[in-house]
Each structure stands twice: as C-alpha cells, then as structure tokens.
Design a protein around this ligand. Structure first.
Ligand code: NAD
Length: 517
C-alpha cells in the first residue's frame, strides 16, 4: 500500500479488512468493478491518504442492479430463519474484525477508537436482533364478517432496498438497514458517504466473504460509490421500492421529493437539534456528564449530539460553571489515542461551518462561555481539530435554530414551570432526540406525555446521544419521520398483504351486498 499513515496499527487493520491502495468501488458480492474517477479518502486524524476508491458510473450501476434483481429472485425464496443464519454468520465475522473495523472507523471518520468499537458493536447487536426476528415476521389474524371465511395478513419482501448513508456513522447505519432488510428477504444496494468510502469497502469485503462461504448469489449486497449523483441513480430508479436515506435535512428534502415523485417509499433519518432540559430537581453531576458527552462526543458530529442546554434560572449559574469547568479537562487530539476525549471534525469545510456558527452566535447577541478556536501545530496538521465551545444564546437566534455539525453548545435559560422549558425544547424545526434531567416524577412524566417532547427519542436522566438498537430509532418534523433498527422498524422493509380465504361452497359478499344470478 502506498501513502498510508502508520500510526496506531492502521496498516494492519486495513490489511485485515482487505482494503487496497486503489479499490473497485462497485461490487456485487465477490464481483468488484468500477470505471468512474477516483475518490481519494484522506484521514481527518493526520491528513494522510488512506486509500482510493473508483466511483460508480451509470453502466456500473446497471450491472449492480442486474445482479441485485437476479439475486432477489432466489433470496426471497429462502426461508426467513435460513436468511437469519446468514446474518448470524455476518455478526460472527464482525466479532472477528471488530478491532480492525473500529480502528478504520476512527481513522477515516475521526471519532474516538472507543466510539469506533461501539459502532461495530451496534452492528453486531443488530445482527443478533435480526437473527431472532427472522422467526418472528408475523402478521395478524382477524375474524371475518362472512361465515366460513378466514382473514389474515402477511408480510412479503419488498425487493431491492437502496441505502444512502452519512459520514458520521459510516458502518452502523448500513447494518441497521441491511440486517433487517436481509432477514425480510430483500437485497440491498448501498451508497456510503463519499467522505468515508473506505469503511464501505471494508464492510462489503466482510459480507462478500460470508456470501461466498455460503455459495449465495452475488447481488444480495451491492456497493456503489460516489457523490449525490450516484445517490440519485437510486432515488430515480423505479426498481428500488424503498430508499433509506440518512444525512442532512437538505438532502432528505430532495430525496423525499424524488422518491415520492415515482410513488416509492422512503425512510428518512435526517438532522437533529437536540436539547437537554435541566430542572431545579436535576442531579447536577449526572447532568454535567450527560451534557458534555452529548456535546463533544464524536466532536459534536452525531445526529443526536446535544446542541442546546435548557437550564432553569435558579440553577443556571451553577450548571453553566460546572459544565464550563468540565470542558477545561477535555483533551483534544488523535482519536486513536485513548487518552484523548475529542478527535477532529471530518474535514476543513466542517471547520468553516464551526467557525461560522461561533461568529454568528455572537453577531446575534450571544455571549461566549467557553471560547472555541481551530488548533494548529504538532498533532493538529490535518487542520480539522477544534476546541469545543459554549455560548449563551436565545432559542430564536437563527444559528440556534440550525444544526451545526460541530461541538458548539448553546445555553438557554428558562423561568417558571417545566412547560416553558418544553416549549423551548420543541421550538425548533427538527425533532430527533431530547432529554430531561430531573428527579421530580411530575416533571419527568410531563416531559414524556403527549403534551411533552415532540421528538422521536425522549430520555429521562440520560443525555440525548447514544441509543440502543432494541428501540426504533428516528425523529419527527424535519428529522424525516423514519424509524430504523429495533421494535417493529422491520415492517418498512416489507409489503403487507391481506388475505381472505373462503372455505365454504357459498360466495357471500362483504357488507351483506346481494348479487344474485
Ligand atoms: P449529507 O446530507 O451531506 O450526505 C448524506 C448522504 O446523502 C451522502 O451519502 C451523500 O452523498 C448523499 N446525498 C446528498 N445529496 C443527495 C441527493 N440529492 N440525492 C441522493 N443522495 C444524496 O450528510 P452528511 O454531512 O454526510 O451527514 C451529516 C448529517 O446527517 C447531519 O445532518 C446528521 O444529523 C445527519 N444524520 C442523521 C442521522 C439520523 O439517524 N437521523 C444519522 C446520522 C447522520
């Protein structure tokens, strides 16, 4: 391999994952090809070139689609528990490669090694979940109004599921979709973020090995690579009944329109603007840990990152000082070095957005609590390392209303009852994750009630970030309304059919309609 950084065993990890210096970016199982221009992936950790990936052309895409279409014909006929067995083997392979893949996630995306391992663990968890689910894809039975009739519903595979994913969860989001879609009998075609294409290659290599070991058709898992234009090949394509897209609200609005225009289904997992409400009854120590991890974890680049802290006026100064003190202890640097808490932003464009947010909040009348800034010098050569910042602000500031994908935390003060805090929390366009820190049962229940948080995720005495795979994951409003992962999220990957069977010799019509011949 050429020009690959040598720190923290990255070369070994890449070797274990079968990543080459130049990789074919289109893959249909074991068959790899591509004819488009190279995408070079540079690490935000040290600025080194990790490897390159050839992007997918229209012709390459057609080959992948042909392969997926063919694979679906046989895959859907395999009993679901047997498909579950393939997902079980995939989970086992992920266990074997956990350290290597976790390291690559950290190096290509910039999150801490621990968070990289956590992301692979989520992949393993969803595989385990899907294996059990493969025996539980059940519908309901109903009583027919007609004598001698039986009525029930069943779920059938959809076909080809298109997956578009964001850079910040470069491997887990794919598996949340694929593990479920596969046991449901669908085949998948994935376009990872153009900012993290090497993670995509590594994942595809892992599943390709499992498919090959089981002599299964190519095309159950296809990979395509490139920017939004490659994504659009899927959103426009009537052969793709479901497009699951994770990324910004801006992207989601375009994808939703394209897919709806052909009456396809979309599952949208978009931006958040998540808040923690801190009431006078909050445990301040827990609040500080939850808020700091939520705001600076993954360098503020989680869809569930804490962006707003809504604090009651009676404890405002105390919480502000405690959080600001905790920020002094943060070590910023190479995320593969486990002594560091905060790694880099994904690229220098993200650094510009971070700088813009800090300027804008002051322009709008905010006040700095913890100063930000871009780090330079030894260890920070990539130009992507920034200081997590805190500013006092108002909820109606334009910048506060927007998701800035960086470690910028806004402090907002509320007075009076918890209802006022809930109004502030709900007073944004996004609706992903929310939390309340309180030991007061009434406040907690109000927050969780139908008049409480309007988000897809609402936590009590836990921060906004870090979800488990067992629950359905997703958010409301501009977050897109999709649900992935646990609970009954599997239903989106299937089509529902209602069946009525008449086991008599008569043909009575529903609603008692008479039609005598
Ligand atoms: P992005 O919107 O820039 O890109 C996401 C993906 O969409 C990429 O693969 C990109 O190539 C593709 N894309 C962009 N425009 C497209 C188009 N017109 N047609 C088809 N595909 C298109 O997002 P990003 O910067 O990679 O990720 C950060 C964003 O993702 C944040 O807003 C974050 O909140 C969000 N996110 C949401 C969730 C969630 O579950 N709600 C999870 C992770 C990230």
């Amino acid at each position: 391999m050429e020009a690959v950084a040598t720190n923290f065993g990255i070369n070994d990890a890449l070797k274990q994952l079968g990543v080459k210096a130049i990789n074919e970016g289109t893959s249909t199982g074991s068959n790899n090809f591509s004819n488009g221009p190279l995408i070079e992936s540079y690490s935000p950790v040290d600025g080194a070139l990790i490897a390159s990936v050839k992007s997918t052309t229209k012709e390459d895409y057609e080959k992948a689609m042909t392969s997926a279409t063919k694979a679906f014909k046989s895959w859907r006929l395999m009993p679901a528990p047997q498909r579950g067995e393939i997902v079980r083997q995939f989970g086992e392979k992920l266990r074997e490669k956990k350290e290597a893949l976790g390291k690559l996630v950290s190096y290509e995306m910039g999150k801490s090694y621990q968070e990289g391992l956590g992301e692979v663990q989520e992949m393993i968890d969803i595989c385990d979940f899907a294996v059990g689910l493969s025996r539980q894809l059940h519908g309901l039975t109903m009583h027919s109004e007609r004598p001698g009739h039986r009525m029930y519903e069943q779920y059938h595979p959809l076909g080809i599921v298109g997956i578009i994913s964001a850079f910040n969860f470069p491997v887990a989001v794919w598996s949340w979709n694929t593990a479920l879609a596969w046991i449901c009998g669908d085949v998948c075609i994935w376009k990872p973020s153009e900012k993290t294409p090497i993670c995509g290659i590594a994942c595809q290599n892992i599943i390709a090995e499992v498919l090959k070991d089981n002599d299964l058709p190519e095309g159950i898992s296809c990979l395509i690579n490139g920017d939004y234009k490659v994504g659009e090949m899927m959103t426009k394509d009537t052969r793709v009944p479901l497009v699951s897209a994770t990324g910004s609200t801006r992207m989601g609005k375009i994808v939703a329109k394209k897919v709806a225009g052909r009456l396809g289904k979309s599952l949208l997992e978009l931006g958040g603007n998540n808040a923690i409400i801190v009431t006078p009854d909050a445990d301040i120590k827990m609040t500080v840990i939850g808020a700091v991890f939520g705001a600076v974890g993954t360098c503020g680049q989680r869809c569930t990152s804490t962006r707003r802290l809504i604090i009651h006026e009676s404890i405002y100064e105390q919480v502000k000082n405690a959080v600001a003190d905790a920020y002094k202890q943060l070590r910023i640097g190479n995320p593969l070095d486990e002594n560091n808490h905060v790694g880099p932003l994904i690229d220098t464009d993200a650094v510009e957005m971070y700088k813009h947010a800090l300027e804008k909040v002051i322009d709008e009348g905010g006040k700095v609590v913890v100063e930000g800034g871009v780090l330079s010098g030894e260890g920070y050569e990539s130009g992507c390392y920034v200081k997590p910042a805190i500013a006092e602000a108002q909820n109606d500031f334009e910048i506060v209303q927007h998701e800035t994908f960086a470690p910028v935390l806004y402090l907002l003060k509320y007075t009076g009852d918890v209802e006022n805090a809930i109004d502030i929390q709900n007073g944004v366009a996004q609706g992903l994750s929310s939390a309340i820190m309180t030991n007061n049962l009434r406040e907690a229940e109000r927050f969780l009630s139908h008049a409480g948080s309007d988000c897809g995720i609402a936590n009590v005495n836990i921060g906004t970030s870090g979800a488990e795979i067992g629950g359905a994951f997703g958010g409301e409003k501009e977050t897109g309304g999709g649900r992935e992962s646990g609970s009954d999220a599997w239903k989106i990957y299937m089509r529902r059919q209602t069946n009525t069977i008449n086991y008599t010799t008569e043909l009575p019509l529903a609603q008692g309609i008479k039609f005598d011949l």
